[in-house]
Structures are given as structure tokens and as C-alpha cells.
Write a protein that binds this ligand. Structure first.
Ligand SMILES: [Zn+2]
Length: 141
């Protein structure tokens, strides 16, 4: 699965902000429009972000899980008996962007994006080291 082709679909913006699966990424037109200042930089960042999800999915989400095991940014919240779910809990290092607080998958994708797009978010040492390691190893460190 790791070496299979990834299909890229560009869709009208009303489909949302992007998507991914094991073998595809969806890139909405909005990523290519000049709404965030530098259209090409935003498009590059969106492509990197979505491909990061594919990379993670093809590793059974172990990349995002492994990074969270280092940062402890997401953990269980159990407000009621038997009603536990995973939420952002802060951890020992801030994620690179506010959107990265959504869940550990977005944290990983936003961290990879921040790694390749200097000035996009703030990539702190634990995440920077982890992303460097997974890139060096083409997968889990
Ligand atoms: Zn995402």
C-alpha cells in the first residue's frame, strides 16, 4: 500500500476545505484562490497537509499517534460514566496552529505543513524532531 499511486481530485470549493483517503486527496478550488495572501503558498500548504494525512493513514495512523505519545496534546475526557472521548488537553508542547488542536490527525498534518512552509504556524522542538525522524526513515522513527 505504501507505494501505490495517490489520485488527486480538484473540486469546487463548496465540497469543503480538503479531504483524503488511503489512495486519494481532494483539493478544493479555494486552496488555489488568493484568499490568504499568497495563493501558491496556501495551495502548496494544503497539498502537503492532505498528503500528510494519506501518509499517516497508510501507516495505520501510527504517525499521528506516535507524535501524540510524545506531545500528550490529546487525551481522554470522561465527563460522564462511559462517555469518554479524545480531546485536546494541551500536553507538553503547543501544536503549530489552532486548527491542529482539532485532533491528533490534524496536529500531525499541520505539523508536517509547518515543517515545509516556514512561517506557517509555529513548529516547536518535539514536533520538529519527530517530523525530521519520520522523513529520514520514510515512516516511523
Ligand atoms: Zn486535515
Amino acid at each position: 500500500m505504501l507505494n501505490r499511486v495517490v489520485d488527486v481530485y480538484r473540486v469546487p470549493s463548496f465540497f469543503g476545505v480538503g479531504g483524503f483517503g488511503t489512495d486519494f486527496v481532494v483539493l478544493p478550488d479555494i486552496a488555489f484562490n488568493d484568499i490568504y495572501g499568497d495563493r501558491y503558498l496556501w495551495a502548496k500548504g494544503t497539498i502537503i497537509h492532505e498528503f500528510s494525512h494519506v501518509w499517516d493513514v497508510r501507516h495505520s495512523l501510527l504517525l499521528s499517534t506516535d507524535m501524540n505519545n510524545l506531545t500528550h496534546s490529546f487525551g481522554p475526557s470522561c465527563p460522564g460514566a462511559g462517555k469518554c472521548h479524545v480531546v485536546y488537553i494541551g500536553g507538553i508542547e503547543e501544536p503549530p496552529t489552532i486548527y491542529a488542536r482539532t485532533n491528533q490527525l490534524e496536529d500531525f498534518a499541520e505539523s508536517v505543513r509547518s515543517f515545509f512552509i516556514p512561517g506557517y504556524g509555529i513548529l516547536r522542538p518535539i514536533r520538529r524532531k519527530y517530523i525530521t525522524q519520520v522523513l529520514d526513515n520514510h515512516g516511523l522513527p
